[in-house]
Design a protein. Structure first.
Length: 163
């Protein structure tokens, strides 16, 4: 039994915070001897613990999602490096880890929906130039709630402010 199926993922999302979801998935991976999933989830849990120790505060769901997105970004960079070095084994490992991590994020926001949110935020803040990007980002990021990476959000904001 793995978290890959929709019904299992929904079971994890019902009334559980992100750290609890990750912990439960880790326990399940250990029971099922799923080495890849166990290794990936332990790495995420260690990263969460490290951030919490460094900041001396507990991460909320938004913080955990941001950390998972950061780990996915790191894996994508490692994936590109592995491909450049013709290391199919490392590339496959990174792709598999990305898939494990993406299962814990909400469904990705379509680009059109993101652009609509950004346009609404631009109208709301009265932003007119790229120098107003920070004001727009402050409004958009909470509304996106982990459904799009910050670099994608900033690219959309920058694009719409330059027009």
């Amino acid at each position: 039994m793995t978290i890959d199926s929709e019904s299992n993922l929904e079971r994890y999302n019902d009334n559980m915070d992100m750290k609890t979801q990750l912990n439960e998935a880790l326990k399940e991976a250990m029971k099922n001897n799923d080495d890849l999933r166990r290794r990936t989830l332990r790495m995420v849990m260690a990263a969460i613990k490290q951030v919490e120790v460094d900041k001396r505060t507990a991460l909320d769901d938004a913080g955990v999602m941001a950390l998972i997105q950061k780990e996915i970004k790191n894996r994508r960079e490692a994936l590109e490096e592995a491909r450049k070095a013709n290391r199919a084994d490392l590339a496959a490992d990174n792709e598999a880890e990305i898939a494990v991590l993406e299962a814990f994020l909400p469904k990705a926001m379509p680009a059109e929906e993101l652009r609509a949110l950004v346009q609404a935020a631009i109208a709301e803040t009265g932003a007119a130039a790229p120098s107003d990007m920070g004001k727009v980002m402050k409004v958009v990021i909470p509304k996106v709630a982990g459904r799009a990476p910050n670099d994608m959000i900033s690219a959309a904001v920058r694009d719409l402010l330059q027009k």
